[in-house]
Design a binder for this molecule. Structure first.
Ligand SMILES: Cc1ncc(COP(=O)(O)O)c(C=O)c1O
Length: 453
């Protein structure tokens, strides 16, 4: 069977990437010239030549996110099983829009999502859930579901029927996909109210309460609060329980954006930091960030199936009728129509090592984050963020951050990025969400950082 042949190839590729550079720097015009000279798209090219050329480009002109010294933006190294799964998906090309076209694939996704819902503390029987292309789509889905839930006339008559301009709230460290979602939904940028954060990068609840109250007085219609469980920049976790209590009192829809740190909620050791994640009306959780599977694999969970139905329900005779006792076809419960078998890579990852194996990886990467903090502090760096998660933002007096980051890349020491938290000074940001990173990598990187100061 093909998977047996694929395994050694994928593992050889991972070793090949590990032995090479992590960073890249290339002018666009060099790649464009190379493409024009190498491929005229008129003369057929033998398969092996073609793939040899393509892999050379990917080797040279790409930040290698599966490299052990990639400390980047939640693009994980990937398990062999998940890559084989994605390859099989491409080859079988199942269509998941209608249940009856791909009963096996649809039921594997359903099974996987229910297992995760249960682990997150959501009720698998009543929670609506589906896979998305990523966190941005899941966040947009949340906004649409919240609109459907809050404003009964929205589905038929649109935004112009609403009695007041809706507004929703997220911290100034919340993800910028919500601004895009506001535009896509027709609400516009002005509907997004950004709330200041405390010194740890967490949304200030008092400021949230004041903003909602002021908006009500001014005639707006507050509809949703987004709490971020693991901000992109510094891994801050908003006060979830207090925000949930506030949303219940209002009432307001609570969306928790746990795009990358949702994985921490699977670990009994880390779960207390995300306590109250199960109180969300809707939740974003990406498998392609910290669960070691290839892009794009996001997930959306929602405790109001009726809102999801109102937002996306659609039927037409050219689509096959639901079969096999399944009551819902994915195309009529989500934004996508044609639907790739996104869930297989996550299913095989969970099935291969079980939840204990996945939790072990998450906890060991979290331990590496702690180790990196210790090593940096001992070497004279100052840690500038406050999170139990493996995102480490650091600085040192007199160090020019953009030049330091450039040198890290240029000397192939590591891939890290510059960041500002809450409008503060530039810092260096290092995040560990890849299972190929080891203690030895951290020791070497911190030792080589000394070359740059
Ligand atoms: C907190 C958070 N939400 C949403 C997103 C967007 O996710 P995606 O890139 O999968 O669309 C990100 C991406 O890093 C994120 O960190």
């Amino acid at each position: 069977m093909p998977y047996r042949d694929l395994q050694p190839i994928i593992e050889r590729l991972a070793r090949h990437i590990e032995a090479g550079p992590v960073a890249t720097k290339v002018p666009a015009k060099e790649i464009r010239r190379h493409l024009e000279q190498s491929f005229d798209l008129a003369t057929p090219m033998p398969f092996t030549d073609l793939f040899s050329k393509v892999t050379k480009m990917l080797d040279r002109w790409q930040v290698q996110v599966t490299h052990p010294r990639y400390f980047g933006l939640f693009n994980p190294s990937v398990t062999t099983a998940s890559v084989v799964a994605d390859t099989l998906v491409a080859a079988y090309n199942p269509q998941l829009a209608a249940w009856s076209h791909s009963p096996a694939a649809n039921e594997i996704e359903r099974f996987t999502l229910r297992a995760l819902a249960a682990r997150l503390g959501l009720d698998p029987e009543t929670t609506a859930s589906h896979f998305t292309s990523g966190g941005a789509e899941a966040n947009l889905t949340a906004l649409l579901a919240a609109l459907a839930h809050t404003f009964p006339s929205w589905r038929e008559q649109g935004l112009r029927s609403l009695p007041a301009q809706p507004r929703f709230y997220l911290s100034q460290e919340g993800h910028h996909s919500f601004h895009k979602a506001a535009r896509v939904s027709g609400l516009g940028d002005d509907a997004v109210v950004t709330i200041p954060v405390d010194a740890g990068g967490r949304m200030r609840l008092g400021a949230l309460e004041a903003a909602v109250e002021a908006d009500r007085r001014a005639g707006f219609a507050p509809m949703m609060v987004v709490a971020t469980a693991g901000t992109t920049g510094s891994g801050a976790i908003d006060p979830l329980a207090e925000t949930a209590a506030f949303c219940r009192r209002q009432p307001l829809w609570l969306h928790i954006d746990a795009a990358w740190a949702g994985a921490a909620a699977l670990s009994p050791k880390l779960r207390p930091h995300l306590a109250a994640i199960d109180q969300a009306d809707s939740l974003t959780f990406d498998a392609h960030k910290w669960l070691a599977v290839p892009m794009g694999a996001g997930m959306f969970f929602c405790r109001h199936p009726t809102a999801v139905k109102i937002a996306f329900d659609q039927h037409t005779p050219y689509m096959p009728a639901p079969g096999g006792g399944a009551t819902e076809d994915p195309y009529s419960r989500s934004l996508q129509w044609s639907r790739r078998f996104i869930g297989l890579k996550l299913f095989v990852t969970l099935a291969e090592v079980g939840f204990p194996g996945v939790i072990e990886r998450i906890e060991s990467q979290t331990d590496l984050g702690d180790e990196l903090r210790r090593l940096l502090t001992a070497a004279g760096w100052r840690i500038a963020n406050d999170t139990p998660l493996p995102v480490v933002c650091f600085t040192r007096p007199g160090v020019e951050i953009p030049s330091l980051v450039r040198q890290l890349h240029h000397r192939q020491i590591a891939w890290m990025s510059p960041i500002r938290i809450g409008g503060g000074p530039l810092l260096v940001r290092a995040c560990i969400t890849g299972h190929r990173t080891t203690s030895e990598d951290l020791v070497e990187v911190v030792a080589r950082l000394a070359e740059l100061v």
